[in-house]
Design a protein around this ligand. Structure first.
Ligand code: TYM
Length: 332
Protein backbone atom coordinates (compact mmCIF):
# COMPACT_ATOMS: atom_id res chain seq x y z
CA UNK A 1 0.00 0.00 0.00
CA UNK A 2 1.28 3.49 -0.79
CA UNK A 3 1.94 5.62 2.28
CA UNK A 4 3.09 9.21 2.82
CA UNK A 5 5.61 10.25 5.48
CA UNK A 6 7.08 13.62 6.30
CA UNK A 7 8.57 15.39 9.32
CA UNK A 8 9.47 18.81 10.66
CA UNK A 9 12.02 19.68 13.35
CA UNK A 10 10.80 21.43 16.51
CA UNK A 11 14.05 23.39 16.61
CA UNK A 12 12.53 26.87 16.58
CA UNK A 13 9.31 28.48 15.46
CA UNK A 14 7.56 27.55 12.22
CA UNK A 15 8.41 29.77 9.26
CA UNK A 16 6.53 30.66 6.11
CA UNK A 17 9.04 28.36 4.35
CA UNK A 18 7.93 25.38 6.44
CA UNK A 19 4.31 26.30 5.82
CA UNK A 20 4.47 26.71 2.02
CA UNK A 21 7.13 24.05 1.41
CA UNK A 22 5.70 21.44 3.75
CA UNK A 23 2.62 21.79 6.01
CA UNK A 24 0.32 23.40 3.44
CA UNK A 25 1.17 20.63 1.01
CA UNK A 26 0.52 17.93 3.63
CA UNK A 27 -2.91 19.44 4.17
CA UNK A 28 -3.60 19.30 0.43
CA UNK A 29 -2.30 15.74 0.30
CA UNK A 30 -4.68 14.79 3.09
CA UNK A 31 -7.54 15.03 0.59
CA UNK A 32 -6.08 11.98 -1.20
CA UNK A 33 -7.14 8.49 -0.09
CA UNK A 34 -3.63 7.47 1.02
CA UNK A 35 -2.44 6.73 4.54
CA UNK A 36 -0.36 9.66 5.82
CA UNK A 37 2.07 9.96 8.69
CA UNK A 38 3.32 13.36 9.91
CA UNK A 39 5.97 13.67 12.55
CA UNK A 40 7.51 16.20 14.93
CA UNK A 41 11.12 15.02 14.70
CA UNK A 42 12.40 15.87 18.17
CA UNK A 43 15.30 13.41 17.98
CA UNK A 44 16.56 15.25 14.90
CA UNK A 45 16.25 18.57 16.72
CA UNK A 46 18.70 17.52 19.46
CA UNK A 47 21.50 16.94 16.94
CA UNK A 48 22.22 20.57 17.86
CA UNK A 49 21.77 21.81 21.45
CA UNK A 50 18.17 22.46 22.48
CA UNK A 51 17.18 23.89 25.82
CA UNK A 52 14.87 21.20 27.33
CA UNK A 53 12.04 23.60 28.22
CA UNK A 54 12.24 25.21 24.79
CA UNK A 55 12.19 21.80 23.09
CA UNK A 56 9.05 20.81 25.00
CA UNK A 57 7.33 24.08 24.11
CA UNK A 58 8.39 23.96 20.46
CA UNK A 59 7.24 20.34 20.13
CA UNK A 60 3.77 21.36 21.31
CA UNK A 61 3.80 24.53 19.23
CA UNK A 62 4.72 22.66 16.06
CA UNK A 63 1.95 20.16 16.79
CA UNK A 64 -0.43 23.10 17.20
CA UNK A 65 0.85 24.43 13.86
CA UNK A 66 0.09 21.15 12.10
CA UNK A 67 -3.41 21.09 13.62
CA UNK A 68 -4.14 24.78 13.03
CA UNK A 69 -3.13 24.50 9.38
CA UNK A 70 -5.58 21.65 8.88
CA UNK A 71 -3.92 18.32 9.65
CA UNK A 72 -6.76 16.18 10.99
CA UNK A 73 -5.37 13.76 13.60
CA UNK A 74 -8.24 11.34 13.07
CA UNK A 75 -7.35 11.05 9.40
CA UNK A 76 -3.56 11.45 9.37
CA UNK A 77 -1.24 10.04 11.99
CA UNK A 78 0.37 12.95 13.90
CA UNK A 79 2.97 12.21 16.58
CA UNK A 80 6.45 12.98 17.90
CA UNK A 81 9.39 10.84 16.89
CA UNK A 82 10.84 10.01 20.32
CA UNK A 83 7.60 8.32 21.43
CA UNK A 84 8.01 5.64 18.78
CA UNK A 85 11.28 3.91 19.59
CA UNK A 86 11.24 1.94 16.34
CA UNK A 87 12.72 5.04 14.62
CA UNK A 88 15.85 4.91 16.79
CA UNK A 89 16.23 1.15 16.45
CA UNK A 90 15.97 1.14 12.68
CA UNK A 91 18.18 4.23 12.64
CA UNK A 92 20.94 2.21 14.30
CA UNK A 93 20.65 -0.58 11.76
CA UNK A 94 20.85 2.00 8.97
CA UNK A 95 23.94 3.53 10.60
CA UNK A 96 25.55 0.19 9.87
CA UNK A 97 24.31 0.13 6.26
CA UNK A 98 25.12 3.73 5.27
CA UNK A 99 28.71 4.79 4.57
CA UNK A 100 30.62 7.63 6.22
CA UNK A 101 31.34 9.13 2.81
CA UNK A 102 27.63 9.37 2.01
CA UNK A 103 27.02 11.37 5.18
CA UNK A 104 30.00 13.65 4.70
CA UNK A 105 28.79 14.59 1.22
CA UNK A 106 25.47 16.01 2.49
CA UNK A 107 25.29 19.77 1.97
CA UNK A 108 23.24 20.23 5.16
CA UNK A 109 26.00 18.50 7.15
CA UNK A 110 28.61 20.77 5.57
CA UNK A 111 26.53 23.89 6.28
CA UNK A 112 25.58 23.00 9.83
CA UNK A 113 28.85 21.47 11.00
CA UNK A 114 30.80 24.46 9.73
CA UNK A 115 34.59 24.40 9.62
CA UNK A 116 35.11 22.74 12.97
CA UNK A 117 33.57 19.36 12.14
CA UNK A 118 35.44 17.74 15.05
CA UNK A 119 33.16 19.59 17.40
CA UNK A 120 29.85 18.68 15.70
CA UNK A 121 27.73 15.99 17.36
CA UNK A 122 27.95 12.48 15.99
CA UNK A 123 24.17 12.67 15.68
CA UNK A 124 24.44 15.59 13.25
CA UNK A 125 26.54 13.45 10.93
CA UNK A 126 24.20 10.44 11.25
CA UNK A 127 21.12 12.66 10.86
CA UNK A 128 20.15 11.43 7.35
CA UNK A 129 20.32 7.82 8.46
CA UNK A 130 17.69 8.49 11.15
CA UNK A 131 15.66 10.34 8.52
CA UNK A 132 15.82 7.24 6.30
CA UNK A 133 14.55 5.21 9.27
CA UNK A 134 11.67 7.68 9.79
CA UNK A 135 10.51 7.09 6.25
CA UNK A 136 11.26 3.41 5.82
CA UNK A 137 9.96 2.17 9.19
CA UNK A 138 6.53 2.88 7.65
CA UNK A 139 7.49 1.57 4.20
CA UNK A 140 6.49 5.05 3.02
CA UNK A 141 6.68 5.58 -0.72
CA UNK A 142 6.00 9.32 -0.96
CA UNK A 143 7.85 12.04 0.91
CA UNK A 144 6.54 15.61 0.44
CA UNK A 145 9.36 18.05 1.31
CA UNK A 146 10.86 21.38 0.31
CA UNK A 147 13.74 21.53 -2.15
CA UNK A 148 16.39 21.56 0.61
CA UNK A 149 15.50 17.99 1.70
CA UNK A 150 15.85 16.42 -1.74
CA UNK A 151 19.40 15.21 -1.11
CA UNK A 152 18.35 13.52 2.13
CA UNK A 153 15.49 11.67 0.45
CA UNK A 154 17.89 10.54 -2.27
CA UNK A 155 20.19 9.19 0.43
CA UNK A 156 17.18 7.34 1.87
CA UNK A 157 16.78 5.69 -1.52
CA UNK A 158 20.46 4.69 -1.45
CA UNK A 159 20.12 3.19 2.04
CA UNK A 160 17.01 1.21 1.05
CA UNK A 161 18.75 -0.06 -2.08
CA UNK A 162 21.91 -1.08 -0.24
CA UNK A 163 19.98 -2.81 2.55
CA UNK A 164 17.93 -4.79 0.02
CA UNK A 165 21.09 -5.66 -1.92
CA UNK A 166 23.30 -6.57 1.09
CA UNK A 167 20.65 -8.88 2.57
CA UNK A 168 19.37 -10.17 -0.78
CA UNK A 169 15.80 -9.10 -0.10
CA UNK A 170 13.20 -6.90 -1.71
CA UNK A 171 11.98 -5.48 1.57
CA UNK A 172 12.25 -1.69 1.69
CA UNK A 173 10.43 0.29 -1.02
CA UNK A 174 12.39 3.06 -2.77
CA UNK A 175 10.58 6.27 -1.76
CA UNK A 176 9.99 9.27 -4.01
CA UNK A 177 10.60 12.85 -2.93
CA UNK A 178 7.59 15.04 -3.78
CA UNK A 179 8.79 18.60 -4.33
CA UNK A 180 5.86 20.43 -5.82
CA UNK A 181 4.23 23.83 -6.09
CA UNK A 182 5.33 27.43 -6.49
CA UNK A 183 7.17 27.73 -3.18
CA UNK A 184 9.44 24.70 -2.77
CA UNK A 185 12.32 27.01 -1.84
CA UNK A 186 11.23 30.15 -0.04
CA UNK A 187 14.18 32.52 0.27
CA UNK A 188 15.26 34.95 2.98
CA UNK A 189 13.52 38.35 2.78
CA UNK A 190 16.92 40.00 3.27
CA UNK A 191 19.01 37.96 0.82
CA UNK A 192 17.57 36.23 -2.25
CA UNK A 193 20.45 33.75 -2.35
CA UNK A 194 19.77 32.28 1.13
CA UNK A 195 16.89 30.05 2.10
CA UNK A 196 14.36 31.34 4.64
CA UNK A 197 15.26 29.54 7.83
CA UNK A 198 14.29 29.40 11.48
CA UNK A 199 17.97 29.50 12.39
CA UNK A 200 18.84 32.74 10.54
CA UNK A 201 20.02 35.24 13.19
CA UNK A 202 17.98 38.02 11.54
CA UNK A 203 14.28 37.78 12.42
CA UNK A 204 13.56 40.23 9.58
CA UNK A 205 14.75 37.54 7.13
CA UNK A 206 11.71 35.36 7.76
CA UNK A 207 8.00 35.39 8.43
CA UNK A 208 7.17 33.30 11.48
CA UNK A 209 3.78 31.60 11.65
CA UNK A 210 3.30 33.36 15.01
CA UNK A 211 4.02 36.90 13.68
CA UNK A 212 1.13 39.35 14.05
CA UNK A 213 -0.32 41.34 11.15
CA UNK A 214 1.81 44.44 11.78
CA UNK A 215 5.02 42.43 11.95
CA UNK A 216 4.20 40.60 8.71
CA UNK A 217 3.42 43.88 6.95
CA UNK A 218 6.60 45.50 8.25
CA UNK A 219 8.83 42.58 7.19
CA UNK A 220 7.33 42.55 3.70
CA UNK A 221 7.62 46.34 3.40
CA UNK A 222 11.32 46.07 4.31
CA UNK A 223 11.99 42.99 2.16
CA UNK A 224 14.88 43.45 -0.22
CA UNK A 225 13.83 44.04 -3.85
CA UNK A 226 15.19 45.65 -6.99
CA UNK A 227 13.96 48.93 -8.52
CA UNK A 228 12.28 47.42 -11.60
CA UNK A 229 8.55 46.85 -12.06
CA UNK A 230 7.31 43.25 -12.13
CA UNK A 231 7.58 41.50 -15.50
CA UNK A 232 4.55 40.03 -17.21
CA UNK A 233 6.02 36.50 -17.54
CA UNK A 234 8.01 34.15 -15.28
CA UNK A 235 10.99 34.36 -17.65
CA UNK A 236 11.48 37.99 -16.65
CA UNK A 237 12.25 36.92 -13.05
CA UNK A 238 15.22 34.73 -13.92
CA UNK A 239 17.96 37.10 -12.79
CA UNK A 240 15.91 38.75 -10.06
CA UNK A 241 16.03 36.39 -7.06
CA UNK A 242 14.36 38.76 -4.55
CA UNK A 243 11.55 39.67 -6.94
CA UNK A 244 11.09 36.02 -7.86
CA UNK A 245 10.89 35.06 -4.20
CA UNK A 246 8.08 37.51 -3.43
CA UNK A 247 6.15 36.38 -6.50
CA UNK A 248 6.64 32.73 -5.54
CA UNK A 249 5.38 33.46 -2.02
CA UNK A 250 2.33 35.19 -3.47
CA UNK A 251 1.70 32.26 -5.81
CA UNK A 252 2.08 29.74 -2.97
CA UNK A 253 -0.30 31.60 -0.66
CA UNK A 254 -2.87 32.35 -3.38
CA UNK A 255 -2.61 28.84 -4.88
CA UNK A 256 -1.87 30.35 -8.28
CA UNK A 257 0.89 29.68 -10.78
CA UNK A 258 3.65 32.29 -11.15
CA UNK A 259 2.31 33.13 -14.60
CA UNK A 260 -1.17 33.70 -13.20
CA UNK A 261 0.25 36.05 -10.56
CA UNK A 262 2.21 37.97 -13.19
CA UNK A 263 -0.81 38.19 -15.46
CA UNK A 264 -2.37 40.26 -12.66
CA UNK A 265 0.67 41.96 -11.16
CA UNK A 266 2.93 42.39 -14.22
CA UNK A 267 3.90 46.06 -14.71
CA UNK A 268 3.29 46.93 -11.04
CA UNK A 269 6.01 48.49 -8.89
CA UNK A 270 6.91 46.88 -5.56
CA UNK A 271 5.33 49.87 -3.82
CA UNK A 272 2.06 48.47 -5.12
CA UNK A 273 2.81 44.73 -5.06
CA UNK A 274 4.15 44.58 -1.50
CA UNK A 275 0.89 45.78 0.11
CA UNK A 276 -1.00 43.21 -2.01
CA UNK A 277 1.33 40.52 -0.73
CA UNK A 278 1.02 41.70 2.90
CA UNK A 279 -2.73 41.67 2.71
CA UNK A 280 -2.77 38.17 1.27
CA UNK A 281 -0.21 36.87 3.80
CA UNK A 282 -2.12 38.30 6.75
CA UNK A 283 -5.42 36.92 5.44
CA UNK A 284 -3.96 33.43 5.03
CA UNK A 285 -1.70 33.28 8.07
CA UNK A 286 -3.57 35.03 10.87
CA UNK A 287 -6.34 32.41 11.15
CA UNK A 288 -3.60 29.80 11.56
CA UNK A 289 -1.66 31.76 14.16
CA UNK A 290 -4.85 32.55 16.09
CA UNK A 291 -5.77 28.88 16.14
CA UNK A 292 -2.22 27.97 17.22
CA UNK A 293 -2.46 30.26 20.25
CA UNK A 294 -5.86 28.86 21.11
CA UNK A 295 -4.55 25.29 20.97
CA UNK A 296 -1.46 26.21 22.99
CA UNK A 297 -3.71 27.11 25.92
CA UNK A 298 -4.42 23.40 26.40
CA UNK A 299 -1.08 21.58 26.26
CA UNK A 300 -2.62 18.47 27.84
CA UNK A 301 -4.90 18.11 24.82
CA UNK A 302 -1.92 18.46 22.47
CA UNK A 303 -0.06 15.78 24.43
CA UNK A 304 -3.10 13.52 24.23
CA UNK A 305 -3.22 13.88 20.44
CA UNK A 306 0.52 13.13 20.19
CA UNK A 307 0.12 10.07 22.41
CA UNK A 308 -2.72 8.68 20.31
CA UNK A 309 -0.79 9.35 17.12
CA UNK A 310 2.23 7.53 18.57
CA UNK A 311 0.09 4.47 19.35
CA UNK A 312 -1.16 4.36 15.77
CA UNK A 313 2.33 4.93 14.36
CA UNK A 314 3.77 2.09 16.44
CA UNK A 315 1.17 -0.32 15.07
CA UNK A 316 2.64 0.17 11.60
CA UNK A 317 6.29 0.51 12.59
CA UNK A 318 6.62 -2.40 15.04
CA UNK A 319 6.00 -5.28 12.59
CA UNK A 320 8.28 -3.66 9.98
CA UNK A 321 11.08 -3.38 12.55
CA UNK A 322 10.52 -6.98 13.71
CA UNK A 323 10.84 -8.20 10.15
CA UNK A 324 13.96 -6.05 9.60
CA UNK A 325 15.64 -7.55 12.68
CA UNK A 326 14.80 -11.03 11.46
CA UNK A 327 16.36 -10.25 8.03
CA UNK A 328 19.49 -8.93 9.76
CA UNK A 329 19.80 -12.08 11.87
CA UNK A 330 18.84 -10.80 15.30
CA UNK A 331 17.36 -13.42 17.63
CA UNK A 332 14.18 -12.62 19.55
P1 TYM B 1 13.03 21.12 8.49
O1 TYM B 1 12.50 20.99 9.87
O2 TYM B 1 14.25 21.94 8.26
O3 TYM B 1 11.90 21.67 7.53
C1 TYM B 1 10.61 21.07 7.50
C2 TYM B 1 10.05 21.10 6.09
O4 TYM B 1 9.98 22.45 5.62
C3 TYM B 1 10.68 22.57 4.38
N1 TYM B 1 11.32 23.89 4.33
C4 TYM B 1 11.18 24.74 3.33
N2 TYM B 1 10.47 24.68 2.18
C5 TYM B 1 10.52 25.74 1.35
N3 TYM B 1 11.26 26.85 1.62
C6 TYM B 1 11.99 26.96 2.74
N4 TYM B 1 12.70 28.06 3.01
C7 TYM B 1 11.96 25.88 3.67
N5 TYM B 1 12.55 25.65 4.88
C8 TYM B 1 12.14 24.42 5.25
C9 TYM B 1 11.70 21.46 4.40
O5 TYM B 1 12.13 21.13 3.10
C10 TYM B 1 10.95 20.34 5.06
O6 TYM B 1 10.12 19.68 4.14
N6 TYM B 1 15.31 16.74 7.80
C11 TYM B 1 14.04 17.40 7.80
C12 TYM B 1 13.05 16.80 8.79
C13 TYM B 1 12.84 15.33 8.63
C14 TYM B 1 12.12 14.68 7.58
C15 TYM B 1 12.16 13.29 7.88
C16 TYM B 1 11.46 15.14 6.45
C17 TYM B 1 13.27 14.36 9.47
N7 TYM B 1 12.87 13.14 9.03
C18 TYM B 1 11.56 12.36 7.05
C19 TYM B 1 10.84 14.19 5.62
C20 TYM B 1 10.90 12.81 5.91
C21 TYM B 1 14.25 18.85 8.17
O7 TYM B 1 15.23 19.23 8.78
O8 TYM B 1 13.23 19.67 7.85
Amino acid sequence: TPRVFSGIQPSGGLTLGNYLGAIKRFVEKQAEPIEQVYCVVDMHAITVWQDPEALRRQTRELTAGYLAAGIDPTRSILFNQSQVKEHAELGWIFNCVARMGWMQRMTQWKDKAGKNTQNASLGLLAYPSLMAADILVYHATEVPVGEDQKQHVELTRDIATKFNHDYGVDFFPIPEPRIEGAATRVMSLRDGSKKMSKSDPSDASRINMTDDADTIAKKIRKAKTDPEALPSEAKGLEDRPEARNLVNIYAGLAEMSVDQVLAEAGGKQFSEFKPMLSELAVAKLSPISNEMSRLMQDPAEIDRILGQGADRAREIAAPILTKTKEIVGMVG
